[in-house]
Design a protein around this ligand. Structure first.
Ligand SMILES: NC(=O)c1ccc[n+]([C@@H]2O[C@H](COP(=O)([O-])OP(=O)(O)OC[C@H]3O[C@@H](n4cnc5c(N)ncnc54)[C@H](O)[C@@H]3O)[C@@H](O)[C@H]2O)c1
Length: 361
């Protein structure tokens, strides 16, 4: 192992996400418009059950282990990155920890809270580091929305809507298969639920959910989830795969204004009220009727503001692991938060099945 490398990783499941880890670690990530390396990290090997992915790994300079066992037996490897389909995570995580490796597992880390608890127990008993690839905590749209919430830039937040809309249905792969942990709750739902838990440090009182089956019958192809927090804040998350005109990525409304973040490139704006005393609205024509309630505001009673764009990049994910392992820093992704997200996922399935509000914490 080169002396400047602390973390020598091998990837299990060298498909799309496995290769993205390789690219980010070995080729660098975009940090403030420049590609930069993540200090102290290297991916040197991988294992995939498909021969073409083994060949792809070799073509990119990795050692393609002949088996998972051979990978685990290599004393040079001190980090396993698990990026297989969801149903294979548990076995790979448990065996890697027991073989003395630190582990990053892709999301959703497990298909049940009970399976996750087993992983945590083994991580504790082996003393090995274990975390989950909740990479979307470093998305710029998310950290910008979080800033608006935390700094009350539109006043105390009353409602957050976090949406991801696509129109291609579910890809032709294991994501369509329930036995592999397919469906959009596990694919995208877990990301946006994790963001809600990371942003709002309050108890969740209620979970209410419905699932779509527009293009798939065996797995959900969309979800609509309302999380009601202790303060009354409602956080709505929606994933859709049959939405040919996507709604904005974020819509937030607070006591003093509203904010919209249109997309991942951070188009959007905030609007803050500057004068509430001005209440001389006149009825306006609306469709075939009139309305005073919904009349537009007089222009000098609000101000339009740019989004408070926050720069962020995925190097924070890897650097925090280094800092946790070697400098005693606090984990950015707490296992208790990962567990809570899986509990919410279980409540989502229960709520959708029973068509009922689930009392949560
Ligand atoms: N964090 C993110 O943003 C993000 C994005 C995409 C995917 N993911 C997650 O990454 C994981 C992989 O998704 P993907 O899109 O890369 O899928 P993929 O189908 O592109 O790749 C999965 C690979 O795993 C291999 N594989 C299957 N079973 C295996 C086993 N037992 N041992 C070794 N290899 C095995 C397959 O041959 C395939 O090459 C999933 O858990 C997914 O949820 C995360």
């Amino acid at each position: 192992m080169a002396t400047n490398v602390n973390i020598n990783a091998a990837i299990v499941g060298f498909g799309g996400m496995g290769d993205l880890h390789r690219q980010m670690i070995n080729e660098g990530v975009r940090i403030q418009k420049k590609i930069q390396n993540i200090p102290g990290w290297r991916v040197s090997g991988s294992f995939d059950i498909r021969q073409e992915r083994q060949a792809f790994a070799r073509a990119h300079g990795l050692h393609a282990y002949a088996s998972f066992e051979e990978l685990l037996a290599d004393p040079e490897i001190n980090m396993v990155i698990c990026a297989t389909p969801n149903d294979a995570h548990k076995d790979i995580v448990l065996r890697s920890l027991k073989a003395g490796k630190n582990v990053i597992c892709e999301k959703p880390v497990a298909l049940s809270v009970a399976d996750f608890d087993e992983m945590v127990r083994v991580s504790e008993s082996t003393g090995r580091f274990f975390t989950v690839g909740q990479n979307r905590r470093w998305d710029e749209d998310y950290v910008t929305a979080k800033k608006i919430y935390e700094e009350r830039l539109i006043g105390k937040i009353l409602r957050i809507e976090s949406r991801v809309h696509g129109s291609r249905g579910i890809p032709q792969d294991w994501r369509k298969a329930p036995e592999h942990g397919g469906g959009m709750v596990y694919d995208w739902g877990i990301h946006v639920i994790d963001q809600a838990i990371d942003m709002i440090h309050e108890k969740i009182k209620y979970v209410y959910a419905s699932l779509d089956h527009y293009t798939e019958t065996c797995v959900d192809d969309g979800l609509h989830v309302e999380l009601t927090f202790e303060s009354g804040l409602v956080y709505f998350v929606e994933i859709g795969t049959s939405h040919f005109i996507p709604l904005p990525r974020w819509y937030m409304t607070g006591r003093d204004g509203s904010a919209v973040i249109e997309d991942w490139s951070l188009k959007g704006k905030m609007c803050r009220v500057t004068d509430r005393s001005f209440d001389q609205s006149q009825p306006v024509q609306a469709g075939s009727g009139i309305t005073k309630t919904m009349a537009p505001r007089v222009s000098n009673t609000t101000v339009e503001l740019p989004l408070p764009k926050v720069e962020s990049d995925i190097s924070g994910f890897y650097n925090n692991i280094t800092d946790t392992l070697y400098h005693g820093d606090i984990r950015r992704i707490q296992l208790s938060e990962v567990r809570k997200a899986l509990e919410v996922v279980e409540a989502v399935f229960e709520s959708a099945k029973k068509r009922k509000v689930i009392a949560f914490e």
